[in-house]
Each structure stands twice: as structure tokens, then as C-alpha cells.
Design a protein around this ligand. Sequence first.
Ligand SMILES: *Cc1c(COP(=O)(O)O)cnc(C)c1O
Length: 369
Amino acid sequence: MPVRLRPDLAALPSYAPGTMPPVEINLAGNEVPTELPGSVRDAINDAAARSGRYPDPTASALVARLARRLDVDTRNVVVGCGSVTLCHQAVQATCAAGEEVLFPRVSFEAYPVIARVVGATPRSVPLADDWSPDLPGMLAAVGPATRVVFLCTPNNPTGAQPRAAALREFLAAVPPTVLVILDEAYREFVVGPDAFDGVSLAREQWRQGRDNVAVLRTFSKAHGLAGLRLGYLIGPGTVTEALGKVQVPFGVSSVAQAAALASLDAEDDVVERCRTIVRERTRVRRLLHDAGHRVPPSQGNFLWLPFGDRSADFAAHCRDNGIAVRVFGDDGVRVTIGTATENDAFVAAARTYRRRPVTGAREPSGSRA
Ligand SMILES: *Cc1c(COP(=O)(O)O)cnc(C)c1O
């Protein structure tokens, strides 16, 4: 007799590790391609040598450092084992069975899965025409069962960001009992006159007594520490305290804490790394555009190619050229900005892409080569 499991687990996809066939160039994961500075590697090695001890369970040095940097109180910061884990904690802390988690579609693939794992109900609202979250649509979808809204800005996988004014209006109109999480995993890659800072927007709301806005950030992207798992949430004390209650103890390793502190010390490297990626983003987008592809502007370390029902076909063509990209159903393909050499290989593959002939029953006879 098998172990008796939660019946609703049957509806969840099994995690399939290691199904990726080897590729020469991996542009599927939104990781940064640069090596860590020596100071960060040294901090990692020093901390690793002391691995026999448990980590500081509240990561107090890192929390103090982040709070100072973001001009908030230490009680407004909580760290987690990757920001994905903090998303879990946020849903666990707010949703009873059947209550709702709201997010745009297409957006970060983890949101619906996390909602289901915790027993909540995922609910999504299609993006606006410019691939940014449809804020009026999201507002209209907030109902009595809504407990959390995830807004990824800039949005993964489309790279679009709402205007600060529109976001302000949205935040002011959401019922103050609904937690809004601005997921700023890609904040460091945002440039231009429309750039805004979710933490300032959140602080504005808190000052008006609206204690329902939080911001999620991570060391996985611009800081290049995805393998060490470290994210943080900046939120009102009631929210950070609730997240602390549902956390798995000692979830953030001492190596991750040390690496994060060292990476904050190496800020010049982080800024330079992001500058290079932003430059490449502009270059690759222009080349793709010149090759006849439609590519909306992106504020992340990735570009969005809205291939619609040709998405899987395009990804297969990339794979044939040794490049992995990420397919989002029949919506599009996301490609991470890698090194200049990797990006050139991707552009070359995109240039040679022609839609493959449809095979199967409807294929006209005699067309097979
Ligand atoms: C990559 C990414 C994260 C980062 O997750 P970690 O668990 O911190 O590695 C969070 N949110 C979004 C939208 C992302 O794309």
C-alpha cells in the first residue's frame, strides 16, 4: 500500500530535475554569465571552512546591512532561502485553503505552483498589450478571497514594467487587507527615465498607514549568487514577523550570508556587471529586430520573443544550434542575455530560423523531402 498523500497533490506536476539534454550555451535560466569577484569567492571559502557551525538563524548582520542600505528598520527586512522560498512563506502566512493568490499571466512560473502547494487557489489576469501587468484588470480581479497579489516588475518573462504612477494608483486602490508583493528580482537591470524603486513606493504606502505592500529582491540575478539561494523581503513589520513564523529554521546557510555581505561590499563589480548586461541587451535587441524579429523593450537580463504557437518550434531550432532558451507555452520564448559570444551565437540562430513544415496527418502528400 502506498503512503497516503494529500489528494490535491495529484494535480501538481512532478518536478523533473535533470531532463535538460546537454547544450553548449544555456540562455534559459536568467543567470548572469560573469565570474564572481575574488573578494566574494574568498568570503565563500572562509565561510565554508566554518561549515561545522549552524548559521545565524536571523542573518542579523546581513539584515542590518540591507536595512541601512534601503533606509528601513531592521524589522522591515527578512531573508530567505531564495526569494522563491519567501513567496512560499508569504502565501503560507496569508492563505487558508481555497483563498486566492493573484498574479499576471504570463509571469513568473513559480507563482501558481507555490499557491497550489500551499493549498491556495491561483488566479491570473492576462497581461496588457504591451506585455506589462494589466493593473486595472488585476484590480478588478481582487475579490473577497484574494489574500496575496504578486506583481513581478519588471515582469519575467516579458521584461515590461508598469509606470510608477499607474502602480501607485493600483496600490492605493487595493484593499489594505490584501498583501501586494512587488517582485523586483531584476531591479538592478532597470534603466531609463521611467525607472522606479519599489522600496520607495512601498515606504510611501506605509507612511499612509497602508501596511500591505512588500518588495522582494534576490542575490540570484545581478549578484550572481543563484547557486547559494538567498533572497530578501522588505515589508511592514507585521508581514516580516508573519513570514518569520512560517520559515524553516536555519534555511539560509552561513556561506550564503557571507557571500551576500561580500557582494554588497563589491558593489562596483555588481554595477559594472549590470551595465555590461544592459549594453548587450540593447545590442541583441537591435540585431534581432534587424533580423526581422519582434522584440519588445526589456528591463530585465533577458528578452521576450512573442512567437505565439511557433514558440516551441523556435526553441527546437535554438537547441539544434546548441542553445537552450525558455518556452512559455504558446505565448513566447525568453532568452537570457549571456556573454557577447553566447549572444552572437543566439542572434546567428535567430537569423537562420524558418518555420518548420508541419508534420503529421495534415501534411500534403509528397512534401516530405
Ligand atoms: C529569478 C527570479 C527570482 C529569484 O528567485 P530566487 O529564489 O531568489 O533564486 C524571483 N522572482 C522572479 C520573478 C525571478 O525571475
